[in-house]
Design a protein around this ligand. Structure first.
Ligand code: SAH
Length: 213
């Protein structure tokens, strides 16, 4: 698992591109500059790892586009020490970015094949989420709630109510909502029963599906 100067150089260029595309949070950009994205992809094809595109991984899923990861992480507005629940572990790349920021990561994946693969890969690279769970992300992870942030990395056809309930007051949930295309939506918990909703443009995600597989 090597990360040489060629990878590092390409990654720096990608980070500069993200900056040009409007990502302004330095903590996010620095974390993405440190995570070797090529090691999260099956083939390790250099030419695909550091372009701003999604790429197929196992079980018909994709590693999200770097810009999307950056944007979702930025919208979470979390800092070192905060607890974040991620729905859709996938390749583990988003988890790694959060871990580089010092965030405590709890992550759920519904595809057993991916769950098994990524549970091995992350620790081998030195990335240690607090918890990696094989389960249905629609239910969240109640045992460890509440969270400062919740990030959903699959397109949710409708709002999963259980997730909102697991947010700390003051916390934010970043979720792409919609059936064929999704609107990046942020819910901020203002009080026990009070939420503020904001929208941040259209994206295209693999669908969030119910249950385990
Ligand atoms: N965060 C990932 C993105 C992977 S794509 C990364 O950085 O690579 C979205 C992932 O969400 C897929 O792995 C998919 O299997 C998973 N997923 C879809 N529905 C889910 C659900 N209900 N619970 C948990 N994970 C889900």
């Amino acid at each position: 698992m090597k990360d040489d100067y060629i990878h590092q150089g390409k990654r720096k260029q990608l980070v500069e591109l993200l900056r040009k595309k409007g990502i302004a949070d330095e903590a996010v950009l620095q974390a993405m500059n440190r995570v070797p994205r090529h090691l999260f992809m099956d083939s390790g094809f250099l030419e695909h790892a550091y372009v701003d595109k999604a790429f197929p991984i196992a079980a018909d899923q994709t590693i999200s586009q770097p810009y999307t990861v950056a944007r979702q992480t930025e919208l979470l507005e979390v800092k070192s020490g905060d607890k974040v629940l991620e729905i859709g572990t996938g390749s583990g790349y988003q988890s790694a970015v959060l871990l580089e920021m010092g965030v405590q990561v709890y992550t759920v994946e519904r595809q057993n094949e991916l769950f098994k693969k990524t549970s091995k890969l992350l620790p081998r690279m030195g990335y240690r989420p607090k918890k990696m769970v094989f389960g249905d992300g629609y239910k969240g992870l109640k045992e460890f709630a509440p969270y400062h942030g919740i990030v959903v990395t699959a397109g949710a056809p409708e709002l999963p109510k259980d997730l909102l309930a697991q947010l700390k007051v003051g916390g934010r949930m970043v979720i792409p909502l919609g059936k064929t295309t999704q609107i990046m939506t942020v819910y901020t918990r203002k009080g026990e029963t009070e939420f503020e909703k904001r929208e941040y443009g259209a994206y295209r995600f693999v669908p969030m599906l119910e249950d385990k597989n």
